[in-house]
Design a protein around this ligand. Sequence first.
Ligand code: AMP
Ligand code: MG
Length: 613
Amino acid sequence: MAAGIIIIITVSDTCYKNPTNDTSGPTLVELVKSLFPQSTIQTNIIPDERKIIEDKLKEYCMKNADLIITTGGTGFSNRDVTPEATRAVIEKEAPAISVALTIESLKKTPMAMVSRSVSGICDKTLIINFPGSKKAVIECFEVVKPILHHAIEIIKNDTKKVKSVHDSMQGHVCPHKISSVDVTKVALRPRESPYPMLEMTEAFNIVDSVMKKWVGTVQQVNIENGLGYVVAESLYAKEPMPPFPASIKDGYACISSDGAGVRRVRAAVSAGDSFDLPLQPGECARINTGAPLPPGADCVVQVEDTKLISATPDNETELEVEILTAPKPQQDVRPIGFDITLGDPLVTEGAVLDAALLGVLAGAGYQNVRVRTRPVVAILSTGNELQDPSEVTLKPAHIRDSNQTMLKALLKEQGYTSVCMGVARDEAGALRASVAAALRTADVLVCTGGVSMGEKDLLKPVLTQDFDATLHFGRVRMKPGKPSTFASCQFEGKTKYIFALPGNPVSAYVCCLLFVIRALRVCEHRNAEFPRMRVRLTKQFQLDPRPEYVRAVLKFTDDIPSAEVLGNQCSSRLLSACGASVLLEMPPADKDLRCLAAGTVVPAIITGRMDLN
Ligand code: AMP
Ligand code: MG
């Protein structure tokens, strides 16, 4: 999108009086910057005054701002008037934006019911109200992020871009788009692939060296959305954990120097309670796991090591208990900082956020983490024979598109999100338009089909002739996946990367794992390799002249796991990948070795989960 002006307005009396209170505005600026790196972002802090809000909105609409996001003043209190001011300015409401914000926010908190956000358009400016809290701002931005570019383009009447997005969403793009690929001389097509056959290691090296040049930045994610991201900054404990001496047991907090014997039960402390008056010698306090030790206490005696001596007649209160064995100082106490001391490293730069790390960050008060950005990935299927999977009845000579669904899920399994761009027909103009729409949306395009030797396999010429793409490779010595193609090109001022994979579902599956996942990991500066292990074949295996990646499940019955090949390995039979936890790396056959016997140990790439079924 052309660089425009985006305005962030914090509407809040308190922030107006003291701008240092404004955390939502700066957060929003960071989020907007990551989505619109070329736009000029201006900020404002104004009080909850309807007239002032209206005037500001009008001023920026007059200046043709592309987008105004307000934060604050959307609630029920009588000073909250941002929605009223917005409604007075907009000419058209955009109720679906507000509905989407409400639906998503309600999933997080019922408090979303007390937000009254309004969205709409004034002339060429889109105005959206966000609630005032920083958390809400982050969540709401995630909701509107996917439509902002497109919405602004429509409002600005950027017909070229709008059309390409619409076309790509229809699945079939306009077939009249002009391609420079000449498809008329079928008889003159090459009978042998003009692309050199690369070895796997060469192909991997090329992917690594090309993708290393992808310039990523840093973005802030809320910990709720952080799973799988690579952390871009080391974070340290800002407070000790536990922040108070905490009981490890349900029992009695005591003074250890009192030794064994009878104690007066002074009080009860449950988790979450605090207790001010110090214990006196001879006293104890009933305590629960996770509760803070009362001042003066230095140990906990678990309930199993005590005996009730006396209680109130109604048995509701213990009066005296006997401590059966003399406790030691600090017995069953987690002192301050036992788990995490102040200043301890919590997460180091380069770590991948997993469930436990996210829990650690949540416990340490970090709501947001700076992480390495990832390329946006788009998936495109190609083929005249393809129907949408939702279509019940197949037309003659048609099949349903399984690759988009499979690839999106495969990327997700490996931790990456992607957008599906539909199906393009095997026509140069249609391919050109679909590829253009995808490249406008994404940094990395994964398309399937149309890269083999048929006269309808037009993707390679479309990439080179219409997009001036450099084909880094167009053929790899591997099975499945021989025609795998990797290209890059300049598109609207940015470098784009294209993985054009063969259409057979298993080829697409294996090549996505081996090339695309690798590429995405390189972009995040992670180790690009899958881990490997040694496994034992349960049956003999006929080798192919090409190195073969064979889908298998593992059985953990022996010291070396045994690998059961998942049936017929034909590249169209996606059932051979169902439940696969490894790709066996079979060596190419040569004149001395045509078959591996049962019991042979082979290397396996661990690509899936190791569930014991
Ligand atoms: P291609 O790579 O276009 O020559 O296609 C090779 C084989 O894969 C053909 O049998 C296609 O019908 C099939 N195929 C291509 N794309 C898909 C897809 N998206 N889903 C399922 N099968 C496909
Ligand atoms: Mg095809």
